[in-house]
Design a protein around this ligand. Structure first.
Ligand code: 5GP
Ligand code: MN
Length: 333
């Protein structure tokens, strides 16, 4: 249900609110959650932002990020004690409960009013209110519309809120290169700049702020860990556990790697298969008609968007690579 009046009613008196995002959050999940928390706090609500797992270190400059609770650092009991009673729960940038990982228990209480803000395909019906638009480039875009409805004037969006939303928009669109970028996306960006975003500095903080070891890792990955299969118009990286140690990789340090595979001429499908914590995480990207969200859903217990999706595998890294190559044989390139 997409009903602003219900949300306005819920927010009419001070509430105890928790904002959660998906595990392994990206800039859209984290930025949209932080923008929302800034808005809600300004309106007099008590707000906690929780991420199931650590957020990317390269986003540690986002306004309000230091107050984010990282659920994997606490036991369930300690976390519940910290957050106390919850009236409203906002679920940001996901609409499938499994994306909360070990934090999924937070959805179980029937007394909490749950609101989803998201743009992923095939949502589950676990919330009371959905602000959901699969055509939106990012959850930040959905949240922007929501703020306009709630605040009634875009000039009331603060520079900090706008900065958080802009971070989500540039990363989910890959700096406005992905086909999810629409005229509306650009109009929203123009509005965000008028609200005070320093667009150049945000671009710099996200893309030109790498540690030397991260840059060395990218160079190593391109020269040693890239598999190019021209017959299948596919290129993919295989990142081993040892690579994380060797380059002292922090959370989020592999983000953006998949785009190097996709940047190859005649490559229409790109992937990163990375081994971490006894799982293999799969990032998929495509150009044109290949629906990677369907591949992620069918084979890797995941999902996402047509041209950008992800999932996980419980098989070994080698077995996952074999499976991935088998899957390629079933795709009509
Ligand atoms: P990334 O490759 O950047 O981690 O993710 C690309 C897109 O796929 C994002 O929109 C992300 O939310 C989605 N995605 C990544 N991993 C998963 C997953 O395990 N399950 C689902 N449903 N979506 C995922
Ligand atoms: Mn998103």
């Amino acid at each position: 249900m997409y009903d602003i009046s219900i949300l306005k009613e819920q927010l009419a008196s001070p509430k105890r609110i928790v904002v959660v995002m998906h595990a392994q959050p990206d800039a859209d999940a984290l930025g949209t959650s932080l923008a929302l928390a800034l808005y809600l706090k300004e309106q007099g609500h008590k707000v906690d932002v929780i991420t199931p797992t650590e957020y990317p270190k390269f986003l540690s400059w986002l306004p309000g990020v230091n107050d984010v609770l990282i659920a994997e650092h606490y036991t369930k009991e300690v976390l519940l004690e910290k957050i106390g009673k919850i009236d409203l729960l906002f679920c940001i940038d996901f609409s499938v409960s499994s994306r909360l990982g070990a934090l999924a228990f937070i959805l179980e209480s029937p007394d909490i009013f749950k609101i989803v803000i998201d743009h992923h395909r095939e949502p589950e019906d676990f919330a009371d209110l959905f602000f959901w638009d699969p055509k939106a480039a990012a959850s930040a875009e959905v949240a922007f519309q929501l703020f306009i409805s709630l605040l009634e004037q875009k000039s009331k969006i603060t520079a900090s809120m706008a900065t958080c939303l802009y971070a989500g928009l540039i990363t989910d669109t890959n700096s406005f290169k992905n086909p999810n970028t629409t005229p509306k996306t650009h109009r929203i960006v123009a509005d965000l700049m008028e609200c005070g975003v320093d667009a150049c500095s945000v671009q710099q903080l996200i893309y030109d702020n790498k540690s030397l070891s991260r840059l060395h890792f990218f160079s190593f990955a391109v020269s040693q860990r890239l598999v190019f299969l021209p017959a299948f118009h596919t290129a993919y990286f295989v990142i081993q556990k040892e690579d994380y140690k060797r380059f002292d990789l922090q959370s989020g340090d592999t983000e953006g790697l998949v785009d190097y595979a996709l940047s190859l001429k005649e490559v229409w499908l790109a992937a990163v298969l990375r081994e971490k914590d006894d799982m293999v995480y799969i990032s998929l990207r495509s150009v044109g008609d290949i629906s990677v969200n369907l591949i992620a859903k069918k084979y890797f217990n995941g999902g996402g968007h047509k041209n950008a999706a992800g999932g996980v595998s419980n098989l070994s890294l080698t077995e996952t690579v074999d499976q991935f190559e088998q899957i390629l044989k079933s795709i009509h390139f």
